[in-house]
Design a binder for this molecule. Structure first.
Ligand code: NPQ
Ligand code: MG
Length: 361
């Protein structure tokens, strides 16, 4: 395990705070001489979810690694069950599990996306734009991302910065795929305001209410025309099943870290496909390692909506993988042909960014 620090090209602001420097926990596993890499997407503080870099480090070292150490297994798909005694800590689990999937794919000399059963090599991309100082700045940013080819625009909202910016963007860009993400900044009592957003034919409203409150989203969805997309609320297949049965959402955002790895992500993906609920892959300001894993996940058949999976350049002056992730003029990323995640970790650069390191055996 190591922790690296990477400054973002620009600060990213959401309803829960502003981030300028990412602390990123990377996991590298040695599987019979073949390396596999995973990234823990926990934040610096417990503001998106309860996990942090520190809780993940502790749980990985003291509980997850001991649960797999010395145990024989035949495939990465078995890791999920081996970690099941630990409750929660999905981002820590997801980092370890993803590293094992990368290693398995490298051992088999297969691209990870093919090992996972991905069906589409070309994935559609959208962008997530943080809260801006003013609407002019927001509009300029949207222009820039559309010019780069991105297929849909998501803006962050919070009370006081919602209907105004949305109305302004809709007037300027009447035909684009537009959506908003509140990161749990509203309450049911904000219903009149959230209903005002129905006038702007948004693709979806992401996670308007409490991070752990599926019930209130069901109540809200009954009174909104715009589909709700759940992000923070969905930690497992069971949560997804409950949300769909209750009518709490029309769309689900799947993040490898939030659900605890590929096994859970695939279960949610399969359930949503069976229920006719489209999914897309969310982003957590990942380095190239996490970004590469998001690309692999996004090739599964029911990832039909553009994800928050973007070029390395949008976040980093220099990424930690080779080559960097690039997006086509049509706003797509082509899943790589190489083995494993299909991008090579740049060891020297990773070493130079490392602030702590611990080897477990
Ligand atoms: C979301 N991401 O979809 C998240 C929120 C988010 C790209 O919109 C540190 C750790 C900073 C986790 C910033 C995007 C973060 C973070 C934003 C998660 O809701
Ligand atoms: Mg979100």
């Amino acid at each position: 395990m190591r922790e690296i620090r990477m400054p973002l090209v620009a600060p990213f602001e959401t309803s829960f705070g502003r981030t300028s420097l990412r602390r990123i926990l990377l996991v590298e596993i040695d599987a019979e001489g073949v390396s596999g890499w995973g990234e823990c997407v926990a934040g610096e503080g417990p503001f998106y979810s309860p996990e942090t870099v520190e809780t993940a480090w502790h749980v990985l070292r003291d509980f997850l690694w001991p649960a797999v150490r010395g145990r024989e297994f035949g495939a990465a798909s078995e890791i999920d069950a081996m970690l099941a005694d630990v409750r929660g800590h999905n981002m820590a689990k997801g980092a370890l599990e993803a590293a094992v999937w990368d290693a398995e794919a490298r051992q088999k000399r297969l691209p990870l996306w093919k090992l996972l059963g991905g069906e589409r090599q070309e994935i559609p991309c959208g962008v997530s734009i943080g809260l801006k100082e003013n609407d002019d700045e927001l509009e300029r940013q949207v222009e820039k991302e559309l010019a780069a080819g991105y297929q849909r625009i998501k803006i962050k909202i919070k009370p006081g910065r919602d209907v105004g910016p949305v109305a302004r963007l809709r007037q300027r860009f009447p035909r684009i795929k537009l959506m908003v993400d509140a990161n749990s900044a509203y309450e049911l009592s904000d219903l009149p305001l959230l209903q005002e957003l129905d006038a702007y034919y948004l693709m979806m409203i992401e996670q308007p209410l409490g991070w752990d409150d599926i019930w209130s989203h069901a109540e809200l969805q009954r009174k909104l025309k715009t589909p709700i997309c759940l992000d923070e609320c969905i930690h497992s297949e069971e949560h997804a099943r409950a949300a769909i049965a209750l009518g709490a959402c029309g769309i689900i955002n799947i993040k490898l870290g939030r659900v605890g790895g590929y096994s859970a992500a695939r279960r949610i993906h399969d359930l949503c496909r069976e229920k006719g609920v489209p999914v897309w892959c969310g982003g957590m300001l990942e380095s190239g390692i996490g970004r590469a894993h998001n690309i692999a996940l996004s090739t599964l058949a029911n990832f039909t909506l553009p994800g928050d999976v973007t070029a390395s350049r949008r976040y980093w002056t220099e990424d930690i993988i080779e080559p960097e992730v690039t997006v086509s003029a049509q706003g797509t990323i082509r899943a790589p042909e190489g083995p494993g995640i299909g991008y090579e970790p740049r060891r020297e650069r990773i070493e130079s960014l490392t602030v702590r390191h611990e080897e477990l055996s």
